[in-house]
Design a protein around this ligand. Structure first.
Ligand code: ADP
Ligand code: MG
Length: 684
């Protein structure tokens, strides 16, 4: 008997090879498959007369083959089949490239349903490679709402369609009902089985909307419940009460006065640490707001109480930067700070680990290596993670497990709109650094198009001429994306710049490089050996290069506003006047409007709120920058209303039954535990 967790190879037609390809899409089991929702849908239900379909329009046409299909060899490797189709309203020329079998399949005098994009002109209509079905057998690829799935090499849409069909047949009735009856009733939501069936195979748009609403609601509801649950458990969990030292002692050792916001965040965190409960606090602040100093104050306070701290950064280069900064803040106060990263020699690692274990080090700064290198601590009392969104909830957990209920501080530079904060950081208390240290310059931002290219190149030359450095960011081009020549890839654009500026040094970093190569390229830029650094969004995470004064984002229309804001934060970190140039390629009116938000405002929270208004919450859930479990469908939606309803529903369920102990809620409870890879014990 197949079950939801049965291997995907259960499906007829899915063997070793295809199972591997499906694994790339995150599909391992029948349940995964059912939770792999269509990206979009094509309306192939409405048949239109040929005469009405304008060039560039995509449509279904019911027409008769009017001429014998003709096969011609144009040249080696290029065959064409040409034919003419007619209906009562007009005719069109069809061409199939390299599909010679079409000649035998399409029969003169027979009627078919074709689906494709009209080309040619009003007088001479053409279609290239339309899909077709015999009119009397239509209904598989035409005559329906066709779900379109995100694909990968070796997996076609058709294969997914059949696979989904088999999976639904096999276990469509076993889908757990995560929503209690009174919630489905109150919000008029259909049952799970109905929703899954109709999201994959919608008979009409209305049913589809209902199915999607249910699934989106469910996903947001589950997440919201999980956050309430985590928070509830945490609030009950005892922690170690530290004695609050006199923070002035720390402040007076600094080369500058802390901002009011920094003082407030430190006070809030210290009072958590003294409360007898475990601190779980997020410090959220725009780039440059000085989060590191807040962390340093707490590291110092922990050490004053005889406790060790771990400080985890998402990349090697950031770990090194933090190590240098924290050493600067803390060594004068008598603290001993160590560094642990993956690229250190075995001997260096051994030494640091011994010092951590022996309690010689007060603070160990590091990358993931802090988790993977099985470091032990003498007495770990505080865990700080920087740019928390790069780490999952589980990874955070792995580090805290090394101590006896250590206090936890996470720092993030991604401003989350208030409406979403509860959802995304629901299990944390939040301090916001809403004040920049004095003397910061605003980064002047302009939004331009290709016509500005020559002037931009001149500007690059001028900036480098003055000794400054330049960031150029290109959109990450995913393998699966159709290659659009207008979209700049980092490697190619770096080549272009090398040709344009033979006298300058141009470096390049992107996500497909090995970590070592990446760090080497970043390092060279940090040391000032490279004038221009072309990259994908890997630079987004807090790298500090005070000498960089110009950030150029290519194809800016392809980035989210918050992401652009983050990128902009890479410059203006030193004493130099800085600029951000958003280069848009053929932007739509809507894209122009979005980019104008950045030109207008430099406040990250305002940008995030605008982004939410313009694009809906889907992008926030889709960006994978928050360390939440992967979302299957909510990332595809723009509905704020559903989000609010789901939150309200979750709150009402949790208030009534804080531990979800009602048997009706067992599937929900188990689902949440799996989602967060937590077992009942680690929760308590
Ligand atoms: P972020 O919040 O982006 O992590 P950092 O902690 O890296 O910001 O701080 C950015 C810069 O501002 C650093 O060079 C830091 O030394 C400096 N800085 C932090 N706090 C203050 C302050 N109160 N006054 C002046 N400079 C500060
Ligand atoms: Mg930082």
């Amino acid at each position: 008997m197949p079950e939801l967790h049965s291997d995907i190879r259960y499906i007829k037609g899915v063997g070793e090879q295809r199972a591997k390809s499906l694994a790339r899409l995150g599909i391992h089991t029948l349940g995964d498959l059912l939770n792999y929702f269509p990206r979009s849908y094509e309306d192939r239900t409405v048949e239109r007369p040929i005469a009405e379909v304008l060039p560039e329009e995509t449509a279904c046409i019911r027409a008769m083959v009017a001429t014998e299909p003709r096969l011609t060899h144009v040249r080696r490797g290029m065959d064409l089949v040409k034919l003419r189709i007619v209906d009562d309203s007009g005719s069109a020329e069809l061409t199939y490239f390299n599909q010679s079998y079409v000649r035998d399949q399409l029969v003169k005098g027979e009627t078919y349903v074709f689906y494709g994009k009209m080309g040619g002109s009003l007088l001479r209509k053409t279609m290239a490679n339309p899909v077709y079905e015999r009119a009397d057998r239509a209904g598989v690829t035409t005559g329906r709402i066709l779900p379109i799935y995100r694909l990968t090499h070796g997996i076609s849409n058709k294969l997914l369609l059949t696979a989904e069909e088999s999976a639904l047949e096999a276990c469509g009735d076993m889908l757990p009902e995560l929503l209690p009856g009174r919630i489905t009733a109150r919000y008029a939501l259909p049952k799970a089985g109905y929703a899954y069936r109709n999201v994959h195979f919608p008979p009409d748009w209305e049913t589809l909307a209902l199915a999607r609403r249910r699934l989106i609601f469910e996903e947001l509801f589950v997440l919201s419940c999980a956050m309430h649950l985590l928070r509830g458990r945490r609030e009950k969990a005892p922690g170690r009460a530290v004695k609050i030292p006199d923070a002035e002692k720390f402040y007076s050792s600094l080369p500058f006065a802390p901002t009011g916001a920094q003082r407030r965040a430190v006070t809030e965190a210290l009072s958590d640490m003294a409360s007898g409960k475990c601190m779980s606090r997020l410090v959220q602040g725009d780039v440059g707001s000085g989060k590191t100093l807040v962390a340093a104050a707490l590291l110092w306070a922990a050490a004053e109480n005889g406790l060790q701290s771990a400080f985890m950064a998402p990349t090697e280069i950031l770990a090194k930067q933090h190590f240098a900064t924290l050493t600067g803040f803390l060594e004068p106060l008598g603290l001993r700070v160590g560094l642990l990263t993956g690229s250190m020699t075995a001997r260096q690692k051994r030494e640091v680990k011994a010092a951590a274990e022996g309690g010689v080090l007060d603070v160990v700064v590091g990358t993931h290596a802090l988790i993977t290198e099985d470091v032990g601590f003498h007495d770990l009392g505080l865990v700080v993670t920087d740019e928390q969104h790069r780490f999952g909830v589980e990874q955070r957990g792995a580090l805290t497990a090394k101590g006896d209920r250590p206090h936890v501080l996470v720092m993030s530079a991604t401003p989350i709109p208030r409406t979403l904060a509860l959802m995304i950081y629901g299990d944390l208390d939040v301090s916001i650094l809403d004040e920049l240290p004095p003397g910061r310059q605003k980064v002047d931002t302009v939004s331009v198009t290709e016509e500005y290219r020559d002037r931009l190149n001149g500007f690059i030359r001028a900036q480098v001429g003055e000794g400054r450095q330049v960031f150029v960011v290109c959109p990450m081009v995913e393998e699966s994306e159709a290659l659009d020549p207008a979209v700049k890839s980092a490697t190619e654009h770096a080549e272009t710049l090398r040709r344009t500026f033979p006298e300058l040094t141009v470096g390049c970093v992107h996500g497909k490089m090995k970590p070592k190569e990446k760090d080497a390229a970043m390092d060279a830029f940090v040391r000032g050996e490279t004038d221009i650094l072309v990259s994908t969004t890997v630079v987004e995470v807090g790298v500090d290069v005070p000498n960089a004064s110009l950030m150029i984002v290519e194809n800016a229309e392809r980035f989210g506003l918050s992401q652009l804001h983050q990128l902009r934060g890479r410059v203006g970190r030193g004493v130099h006047k800085s600029w951000c140039v958003l280069m848009a390629h053929d932007p739509t009116e809507e894209a122009k409007q979005r980019l104008r938000v950045l030109v207008k405002t430099s406040d990250g929270f305002a940008v995030a709120e605008e982004d939410l208004k313009l694009r809906g919450p889907g992008d926030f859930f889709g960006s994978r920058q928050h360390g939440l479990p992967e979302m299957h469908i909510a990332e595809l939606t723009g509905s704020m209303d559903t989000l609010k309803e789901a939150q309200e529903a979750a709150k009402s369920v949790i208030e009534k039954d804080p531990e979800l102990s009602d048997p009706e809620l067992t599937p929900l409870r188990e689902h949440i535990a799996r989602l967060f890879e937590l077992n009942e014990n680690t929760w308590n």
